[in-house]
Design a protein around this ligand. Structure first.
Ligand code: ZN
Ligand code: ZN
Length: 214
């Protein structure tokens, strides 16, 4: 079974997740948003003190709050970044994104070197994460489903009682609604949802109480 550790990083209060197998120590880092040395130390301190073996960085999408720690993680552990091929536009505009949000210039941001497509399976120790394409908030947005654990990582597609904004480049409300209804809401009711921002929730609760989907 996988274990999970979460961190809240950068001015956007972005959730960074470390998903690991306690037996094999294999781990992946989902959306490393660490933007300061202090935040990097928190993330690396956890990984190192648990003797984890990072395999991959996984990007749920290419927004700066989810990718600003890519370079630091890649350098420290010599691992690749994996993402859907459609994120490349956002990755290519990382400087503009930084300026738009008044952040420091994130000049160096490790680009994805491994493509993830719908249905791809990422092995983490004795468990798996399945790639589910959930576009609408950003181009190339993916969710990651851990079937054995009953977890789904939704990036900025679905939040507790909210959904991702669709007014940014590549956003599309109808597409996001379809992603949530046709893909995420078909997962088992008791699936725990871990979002890119905010508290965890469940598919059951969002089907009933999320007012943004209808
Ligand atoms: Zn986003
Ligand atoms: Zn975000």
């Amino acid at each position: 079974m996988l274990q999970l550790e979460s961190f809240i990083f950068n001015p956007f209060a972005e959730n960074t997740y470390v998903v690991y197998d306690e037996d094999t120590k294999d781990c992946v880092i989902i959306d490393p948003g660490c933007g300061t040395t202090n935040e990097e130390n928190q993330l690396f301190g956890f990984i190192d003190s648990h003797h984890l073996k990072p395999l991959l960085v996984i990007s749920t999408h290419g927004h700066i709050d989810h990718i600003m720690g890519n370079e630091a993680v890649k350098k420290r552990y010599n691992i690749k970044v994996a993402a859907h091929p459609d994120v490349k536009g956002d990755y290519g505009h990382v400087r503009q994104q930084a300026m738009l949000f008044g952040l420091f210039t994130a000049a160096d941001c490790a680009f994805p070197e491994r493509d993830l497509n719908d249905g791809d399976i990422i092995q983490v120790g004795n468990s798996t994460l399945e790639v589910i394409c959930t576009p609408g908030h950003a181009r190339g947005s993916i969710s990651l489903y851990a079937e054995l654990e009953g977890w789904v990582f939704t990036g900025d597609a679905l939040f507790c009682r909210s959904i991702g904004r669709t007014d940014l480049e590549g956003g599309n409300y109808e597409q996001l609604r379809t992603s949530i209804k046709e893909r995420l809401f078909r997962l088992p009711d008791d699936t725990e949802v871990f979002s890119g921002h905010g508290e965890p929730t469940t598919i059951f609760d969002e089907q009933r109480y999320n007012m943004y989907i209808g």
